[in-house]
Ligand binder design. Structure first.
Ligand code: BTN
Length: 250
């Protein structure tokens, strides 16, 4: 069964400051909120990144979490990280040079090859159903230190003569694009999402290094499995499916 959306783009709850928009989405669901709902904060004091990392919450950047109640299970719900990455990329597109925005597995958004957005999916079973939090951070005005890859912010790439971009403008763009892609996913499944994601993915066919918690793999980025796993072509030609890890190019 495909998940239902519940109509509209979802309400928005805006906060001046919060610990983590993902945590707030979870608290709201525990209070009976089922979504679709977007939590946004102007700053975060305890923002979380993938694999237990910290995500700094400087004002001027975008911190938001979409809360959904889904009728699918966790494996299918994980498709929504690709939906989110596409939505962020398309929200940034109009503000920067054509072709500047690309995607990096599993769900980073890059501008000119540097990370500008990260996505953290969290799911849980609550009394009202299976909930998913789609947490999205976009470096809009500043590029906080502390991550192990080149980083940038949207402002540094805004085309000359174009108005400066704000967290609010990007938020409204990504919310609309997220719900458009969500509808496509709900009707047609993951295939069109995977196709659109791959069309703007960095490094397809190129040598990559995948860092897992206890080992590092090297090979060629072959493509996406139907589950969204990264297909790594190993030197002997076999394809290894990676479900979680950090990708480094070259
Ligand atoms: C990553 O490590 O790349 C994912 C970063 C996700 C950060 C966002 S900011 C909004 C939401 N709230 C959080 O605490 N984390 C996510």
């Amino acid at each position: 069964m495909r998940p239902s959306r519940g109509g509209g783009l979802g309400d928005v709850r805006l906060y001046d400051t919060i610990d983590s928009t993902n945590d707030e989405a979870r608290r709201l669901s525990e209070g009976g909120e089922t979504g679709p709902l977007w939590v946004r904060s102007l700053e975060q004091t305890k923002g979380r990144g993938r694999r237990g990392r910290t995500w700094l919450g400087e004002p001027g950047n975008l911190f938001t979490t979409g809360l959904f109640t889904l009728s699918c299970g966790p494996a299918e719900a994980a498709n929504l990280s690709f939906v989110a990455a596409l939505a962020v990329a398309e929200a940034i597109d109009p503000h920067v040079a054509q072709g500047a925005v690309s995607l990096k597995w599993p769900n980073d958004v890059l501008i000119a090859g540097k990370k500008t957005s990260g996505i953290l999916l969290e799911s849980w079973q609550g009394p009202y159903g299976f909930h998913l939090a789609v947490g999205i951070g976009v470096n809009v005005r500043t590029s906080p230190d502390g991550i192990d890859q080149p980083i940038t912010c949207v402002t540094d790439h805004v085309l000359t003569g174009m108005p400066q971009v704000s967290a609010e403008i990007l938020f409204e763009g990504l919310r609309a694009r997220f719900h458009d892609w969500f509808d496509i996913w709900a009707k047609l499944g993951f295939a069109p999402i995977a196709g659109a994601w791959l069309a703007r993915a960095s490094g397809v066919g190129q040598p990559i290094i995948v860092r897992l918690p206890h080992e590092t793999l090297e090979g060629r980025f072959h493509g996406l499995a139907p589950s969204g796993a990264l297909q790594l072509e190993q030197p002997d030609g076999t394809i290894h499916e990676v479900t979680a890890g950090d990708v480094f190019f070259g």
